[in-house]
Design a protein around this ligand. Sequence first.
Ligand SMILES: [Fe+2]
Length: 291
Amino acid sequence: MKFSKKLINQRFLFYKNLPYIKKHPFFSIRNKFANELEALVQVYLSQNLISIGKRFKDLNSSIDDIMKLPNITPGGIVVPKIETQLIYNAIASYCYKSLGDFSKYTKSFAPVTIRVKSGKIKSPDRPYETSKLHSDAWVGMFGDGIISFGIMGDFKNNGVEFFMPNLISADYFGKLSNYDEGINKFKGLKEIGRYKKGFIHLFDNIVLHKTMSKKNSLPRVSIDFGFFLKKKNKASKFFNADIKRYRFDKADVYNECGNKFYYKTFETITQTKLRLINGKKKVKVPRFVKI
Ligand SMILES: [Fe+2]
């Protein structure tokens, strides 16, 4: 396999004249709506816990209850359900607001995911374990990159580190069956940033990253979503895109969320619990509807 800078340079052109972008297709800036998002995420977690008969006190004391939610994935995503979709829509709307001027350059977004990391060391057995160095392209995320917000908690000890590869292979963008295979897709690494509370991090799919949790680290919550940029240049070739998992909606849907559009789910948290126990057939996929 040949390694080169060609794809890296080609992709950097997409971002070259965009705000906050300097040397790499990456930025980390303070979020003007960090307080609002933190408050909304607290209400979101509270609403989730009410559905299992618990109350949200604070992240550290409620973490064990949060990790027991029926609608939390192995990767820590607290999936929106009927009981929580109202607050979820408010969160999606504030995510868009947070982008400020940058939103002018975006074409579409994948649904916002609210992710809780407990800080307890996980087994590295999962093929897509986030503590392994990876690009989100390797899980089939075929957008241009990810926008990620540090919402609350212990980001110093339970965070994310970002790296820029020096050279990459021609088949860099595509789904792998395990992040471990990614080691053959690049040569050379340089650290370019770390996750921070109250900040917006934007990174192209080229940027590698991994979660890190030190011993005795406390929980944290982040929000992330994939994006496509508006651009004239041709995008890089993508192998094995996971089109079922990542559905993109026009940026305008997010701009008008709660006004003209509403993200609708079709299952309650209790129904989720029963479905997981009984192994019943799948439910309708949540999506934005016109209102
Ligand atoms: Fe990732």
